[in-house]
Design a protein around this ligand. Sequence first.
Ligand SMILES: [Ca+2]
Length: 75
Amino acid sequence: MKKLALAMLTAVCCISTATYALNLNDSFKELDKDSNGTLSESEASEDALLHDNFSQIDTNQDGQISFSEFQLFVQ
Ligand SMILES: [Ca+2]
């Protein structure tokens, strides 16, 4: 019985991680209005948190937030 509970817990854990990753991807896509795979400063300004932290999130300072930069910031 204990084994089953652990297996279920593991499954739930994996599902929520996948859902979280999916939501992150969805949020990014929603902000990426021109679907070029990066967020420009004006796209990021749709979100107050991204707007306020833009230069901090844009770690390579190219003026665009890539998905990996976004992911690093949100995690
Ligand atoms: Ca874009």
